[in-house]
Write a new protein. Structure first.
Length: 276
């Protein structure tokens, strides 16, 4: 375990040296600042129009839009920080230096996963926490069940981060990035197919969407998170662009956790047998 923590520490140090962490945090802070300025003027107009229920609906819409953008940034960051952590070092030969030391290969891969996940968790916490803080201080609004919804966004990022680590054991950096983003796109389209199939009562489209969600459960986790973080009336009626008509089962969380564990175990095995 000490070897894993050492590799994780080295991964964090490398991220600081390459200014990956600084760039991510700086852009995240810029996003929160931009949202805060925009939300200030939007909230001022919202308070002057409509009933309290209408005002709450509009506040919810704006905050969910910000969280949707935050979710996209988390997805992008999860892939970009991991896509070359193995593939790039294998291609450059740097990984051979680590593997010649008395450290098991699985510990190298697991330590790199842990280091990347730590960066992702810090980024997601600060980004989403900043959005919620702005929403509370500027608009006096806090999404319901935020403590339940935000961990699902981190789990979504973890799914894609682990897929990127798995791809890095066999693919080049570019091929790995294209593959992971392609799988994310597949899940995104599948999620919308499921929603459209529900509206149109088309069982085939709905089952195709569910299949895509099982293959890569990223979009389902966002839909489940957005379902929980909206006001009860909006959630029950299903109005608004962030209200899924076909709500993923809570069992999808267990599926996603198992998905991460199996994918990580496969990545460790493939890296252990990789010819360097």
């Amino acid at each position: 375990m000490r070897a894993v923590l050492t590799i994780a520490h080295l991964t964090l140090a490398e991220a600081r040296r390459r200014r990956i962490l600084a760039a991510a945090l700086l852009l995240g802070a810029a996003f929160v600042l931009l949202f805060g300025v925009g939300f200030h003027f939007i909230a001022r107009d919202i308070r002057s129009h409509g009933s309290p229920a209408q005002q709450r609906f509009m506040m919810s819409f704006v905050v969910m839009a910000a969280l949707y953008a935050s979710n996209f940034l988390i997805v992008m960051t999860s892939v970009l920080i991991t896509v070359d952590t193995l593939a790039g070092e294998i291609g450059s030969g740097v990984i051979e230096t680590l593997c010649t030391k008395p450290v098991p290969r699985w510990a190298v891969a697991l330590g790199k996963w842990l280091g990347c996940w730590t960066i992702l968790a810090l980024y997601a916490t600060l980004l989403c926490g900043g959005v919620l803080l702005v929403a509370r201080l500027v608009g006096g609004y806090t999404p319901p069940n935020a403590a339940l919804g935000l961990p699902l966004l981190l789990l979504e990022g973890t799914v894609l981060l682990t897929l990127a680590l798995l791809g890095g054991t066999r693919l080049s950096t570019l091929a790995n990035g294209v593959t992971v983003f392609g799988l994310y796109g597949l899940a995104f389209v599948g999620g919308w197919m499921e929603q459209i199939g529900t509206v149109a009562s088309n069982a085939t489209a709905r089952y195709i969407g569910i299949g895509a969600s099982l293959l890569v459960p990223s979009e389902s986790l966002w839909q489940l998170a957005s379902h929980h973080m909206q006001p009860p009336l909006v959630r029950d009626i299903g109005i608004g662009p962030f209200s899924p008509l076909s709500v993923p089962s809570p069992a999808m969380v267990g599926w996603a956790v198992g998905y991460v564990l199996v994918t990580l175990a496969l990545a460790l095995r493939l890296f252990r047998t990789r010819d360097l």
